[in-house]
Ligand binder design. Structure first.
Ligand code: AMP
Ligand code: GLY
Length: 424
């Protein structure tokens, strides 16, 4: 089977790495890809939003399946685009259609979905510039801190959590009246603050059946001890030790089943990953958010733990026969530590030569922001490499990733040395 993966991060390299292990794979294409994916398949110089270009390429190269990494093409309707055209509709798209992608594309849509299907989540209300005063009144009924979420996609920056009422009102005004996040904050969801510890659960569904993938916890802040600015993610661990069987049974009964059934009841034909961001509040799970794709860097710990053939798994998703396959996951722990460009997540320099990757044998080096320039691998983004390692436990896995990082270098490389610090 010929498969095209859309995206260019560590997530897409990890998916490519796993697909490339399958005897069922014929040719792998990655658009646009990075220096890591180039070693596993053919990078194609196409943007993930260039649907016409992707369609033409897919027909010319007999692509039978497209795995969509990031959310943007899903929210823009790539699945609908392929399904609506006679000559393209045989190509399986792993990723939901436009309507399902609204679970990530609109916070309000996702809160309404959860409310409609009795899925535990924080109490909320949504406001626009016209109802700003009502927003102030709602804030006054809540206890600090306050959670304000821009309704639309804001590249992971649309959630603000002020710790006092005055700041919360100012923030709400900035978002609604002063377009702080542009069109994304034309509407704002205000919700109760949930006190607990976060984790992510991933589900793969064919619209009828589902498989729950390994859990993961990511580390979003740039600084040690979870301090400083938010990033795309600085590291991750799977499994999450506090996600006990009892807790995961609650997640499956109270959240996964009602989510998959809710999509069916609402006639939302959903094929692909559902990433459920959860808060564990005293042993009970609450949904913080849905994403309609895999997480990054969570993919770099979740995918390596899957033992089943991923081409077979995705084929079953496309054929709606996910119930017929056995889904195997290793008990081993996998961690990943991100090496980022100095200055990230603010401004940083690119095109720094990366040394030492070829000498790594205890870890898998997933590329994120990298490319090949004059025969050398150079940095090409904020998050540069995700160093993933297996271990019998968290410590063993982390020790390997940190030992590997000691052998890798580029000018101004930075990484957190405390990934997993809050876990047993
Ligand atoms: P989101 O983009 O919805 O995942 O929100 C970004 C981050 O804000 C989450 O990862 C949480 O750390 C935090 N957050 C979002 N909603 C809440 C909430 N209701 N209570 C506490 N923290 C939250
Ligand atoms: N690591 C969080 C995300 O991918 O959204």
């Amino acid at each position: 089977m010929n498969i095209l993966i859309l995206g260019s991060g560590g997530r897409e390299h990890a998916i490519s790495w796993k697909l490339a292990q399958s005897p069922k794979l014929t040719k792998l294409f990655i658009a646009p890809g990075n220096a890591g994916t180039e070693e596993l398949g053919e990078n194609v110089d196409l943007s993930v939003s260039n649907f016409d270009g992707i369609a033409k390429f897919s027909l010319e190269n007999k692509v039978e399946m497209i795995v969509v990494g990031p959310e943007v093409p899903l929210v823009q309707g790539i699945h609908d685009f392929f399904e609506e055209k006679e000559e393209l509709k045989h190509i399986h798209i792993i990723g939901p259609k436009k309507l399902g992608a609204q679970l990530e594309g609109s916070k309000k849509f996702s809160k309404e979905f959860m409310q409609r299907h009795n899925i535990p989540t924080a109490r909320y209300k949504a406001f626009t510039a016209q109802t700003l005063e009502d927003g102030f009144a709602f804030l006054e009924t809540l206890n600090p801190p306050f959670v304000l979420k821009a309704d639309g996609l804001a590249a992971g920056k649309g959630v603000v959590i002020p710790d006092n009422l005055a700041d919360a009102k100012k923030e709400l005004t900035d978002m609604l009246a002063n377009s702080k996040f542009g069109a994304a904050s034309q509407e704002v969801v205000i919700e109760e603050f949930l006190n607990g510890i976060e984790l992510s659960v991933f589900v793969l569904t064919d619209g009828e059946n589902y498989k729950v993938l390994p859990t993961a916890k990511d580390y979003k802040r740039i600084g040690e001890g979870d301090k400083g600015l938010n990033t795309g993610g600085m590291g991750a661990i799977s499994p999450v030790p506090f996600a006990t069987k009892e807790f995961l049974d609650k997640v499956e009964e109270q959240i996964v089943k009602p989510s998959v059934n809710g999509l069916k009841k609402d006639n939302i034909d959903y094929v692909g990953f559902l990433f459920i961001g959860l808060m564990n509040v005293c042993g009970d799970p609450f949904v913080i958010e849905y994403n309609v794709r895999m997480g990054d860097p969570e993919t770099e710990v979740v995918i390596p733990r899957i033992e089943s053939d991923l081409v077979e798994v995705f084929t079953a998703v496309g054929n709606k026969t996910l119930n017929e396959i056995e889904f195997k996951v290793t008990d081993q722990t996998v961690c990943t530590v991100m090496a980022v460009s100095g200055g990230y997540p603010e401004s940083y320099e690119k095109l720094k030569v990366i040394e030492g990757i070829e000498g790594i044998d205890e870890s898998v080096v997933f590329h994120a922001g990298t490319k090949v320039l004059d025969g050398k691998i150079v940095t090409n983004g904020g998050r540069v490499l995700a160093i993933s390692s297996f271990g019998a436990n968290k410590k063993e896995a982390l020790d390997k990733s940190y030992a590997s990082l000691n052998k890798i270098g580029f000018e101004k490389m930075y990484y957190r040395t405390d990934i997993g610090f809050d876990l047993q």
